[in-house]
Write a protein that binds this ligand. Structure first.
Ligand code: ADP
Ligand code: MG
Length: 248
């Protein structure tokens, strides 16, 4: 939604590992409320890009901003997450022994939260929030199941729900549909599309049919910088993109 301009600014970001440039003057803007898919062959720099945004890796050079005021490169990882950037890794990391609602409570308490204290003080507003997130992720009838008993797809949705408990401005989602059934993929696509608008959603994904089904704008990374950007039709017709994928 370009009416609001970018929420995430990456400019000229370079990351080197022993002289090898994993990111090479990467410049990328994500608009408020958009759903952006990032694709690119293995080693293109997609995970490294997420590591820079979330403060796990300091780049050698460049700028990274959340909105126009928060300089991400001057912030610690926990402060970046608290400022509103949530990241979902590829493998679900739910607490299997805890119930679904408890996982959401834990997520609301945050990285330094004290769960036992929180539970005693869960006010009506917090309970409403948990209920609305449960409904959002389609797990309203599984709220009292142990997270470890959920299907793979349900665990992925729960983890997205855990991110939502922090009400992030930006959601970074790494390969959300890997290992899902077609039906689970459809529901995940619907979920991510619903979330965009209220949040800005950045999805790294290999499944091209899925990407086509959800994204208006696709960014192709290659060798640490942007090779092409546009609609799925535009980037798939780009000869440079075809070449990179055939060579993969
Ligand atoms: P993608 O997620 O697109 O597959 P990555 O961002 O994981 O790519 O990696 C980009 C490149 O940087 C790859 O060639 C990878 O081997 C290299 N790389 C990533 N992390 C490290 C690291 N910690 N040390 C050395 N090389 C790394
Ligand atoms: Mg990766």
């Amino acid at each position: 939604d370009t009416r609001h301009g970018p929420i995430l600014y990456l400019e000229d970001i370079t990351v080197s590992f022993d002289g090898f440039r994993a990111l090479d003057a990467l410049t990328l803007y994500i608009d408020v409320g958009e759903l952006r898919c990032i694709i690119g062959p293995n080693g293109a720099g997609k995970s490294t890009m997420m590591d820079v945004i979330t403060g796990r890796i300091q780049p050698d050079q460049g700028q990274a901003w959340l909105g126009q005021r928060l300089d991400l490169l001057r912030m610690q990882e926990t402060d970046i997450s608290r400022a509103g950037i949530g990241r979902k890794f590829q493998k679900p990391t739910v607490f299997p022994e805890h119930r679904v609602v408890e996982n959401l409570e834990l997520a609301m308490a945050g990285p330094r939260g004290v769960w036992s204290t929180l539970r005693q003080h869960l006010d009506g507003e917090s309970r409403d929030r948990i209920d609305s997130v449960l409904t959002e992720i389609g797990l309203q009838s599984a709220g009292h199941s142990r997270a470890g008993q959920l299907s793979h797809g349900q665990k992925q949705w729960l983890e997205i729900g855990m991110l939502l408990m922090q009400n992030p401005q930006v959601l970074l989602v790494d390969e959300p549909v890997a290992g899902m059934t077609h039906q689970e993929m459809d529901r995940t696509g619907e979920l991510l599309q619903r979330l965009a608008g209220r949040h800005s959603v950045v999805v790294v994904e290999h499944d091209m049919d899925f990407v086509r089904s959800i994204a208006r704008t696709v960014t192709v990374l290659h060798q640490g910088s942007v090779l092409a950007e546009g609609s799925m039709d535009t980037v798939q017709a780009d000869p440079r993109v075809v070449e990179v994928y055939l060579g993969d």
